[in-house]
Design a protein around this ligand. Structure first.
Ligand code: PEP
Length: 248
């Protein structure tokens, strides 16, 4: 399975960042899981040397521009130059700051242009009994997938992250059966834009309060290819506990 650790801005200490990477490298080296870590941008430069490790790196965001007069921006080419392979786009915490579907699609395009793989976050803010939230989800997915050239579409990693489940605890996360339904829904939506054979192989992962208490059941029954983990990936103790619970 694929485990993506989104450290957000929880990690603000180089020692902690290095310790987390040592652990993540060990998990990746075991060969049981594919591991990607997404440190805050300054630590990417420190940690993501091009090398033989099986651990991969993701950026938490990327500029929508290719470069030039863009004060404060980190471009996809800069990230690629530092051995970064993935970039998270459309995270709800960025959408909350005003990112639109159009901007997310542009960022995904920049990622592909530099040879990076986008991890596209989609997820409804809340659920309603008429299931209108499915429209919200589909709009987020369609905006990006239709903007990306056909040859790249199947490479996108889709992270289903219901906003109502983020940053809470395992008790508030989605139930495995509900997750399985959502994954099937997303796969069907993908197959409308990607040839069926390729769509079936696309990675669909889940994020939203994945913790040691729920990772095993979500993995077993949720039909996912992996997880995007926030708070539980940002401390050595909780990340180690998560991996242990996953293995059990
Ligand atoms: C996230 O925001 O990507 C996330 C999954 O966060 P958490 O695990 O803290 O809910």
């Amino acid at each position: 399975m694929l485990i993506v650790g989104n450290w957000k801005a929880y990690v603000d200490d180089a020692k902690q960042a290095k310790e987390l990477v040592v652990l993540a490298r060990r998990v990746a080296a075991s060969g049981k899981h594919r591991v990607i870590v997404a440190p805050p941008a300054p630590y990417l430069g420190l940690l993501s040397k091009k090398g033989k490790s099986k651990l991969s790196f993701a950026a938490q965001d990327v500029s929508s521009a290719a470069g030039g007069a863009r004060t404060g921006e980190t471009t996809a080419a800069m990230l690629a130059d530092f051995g970064v392979s993935y970039v998270i786009v459309g995270h709800s915490e960025r959408r909350r700051e005003g990112e639109t579907d159009t901007l997310v699609a542009t960022k995904a395009g920049q990622a592909f242009a530099a040879g990076l793989i986008p991890i596209l976050c989609i997820g409804e803010k809340a659920r309603d009994i008429d299931a209108q939230y499915l429209k919200e989800l589909r709009a987020q997915l369609n905006a990006v997938i239709t903007a990306v050239p056909q040859k790249h579409r199947a490479k996108i990693i889709v992270a289903y992250e219901p906003v109502w489940a983020i940053g809470k605890s395992a008790l508030d996360a989605i139930q495995p059966g509900d997750l399985a339904e959502m994954v099937l829904y997303i796969r069907k939506a993908l197959s409308e834009h990607v040839p069926a054979k390729e769509a079936a192989k696309m990675k669909v992962i889940y994020g939203g309060s994945v913790e040691p208490a729920n990772i095993a059941s979500l993995a077993k029954e949720g039909l996912v290819d992996g997880f995007l983990v926030g708070h539980a990936s940002a401390e050595v103790k909780s990340f180690a506990a998560l991996i242990k619970a996953f293995a059990a």
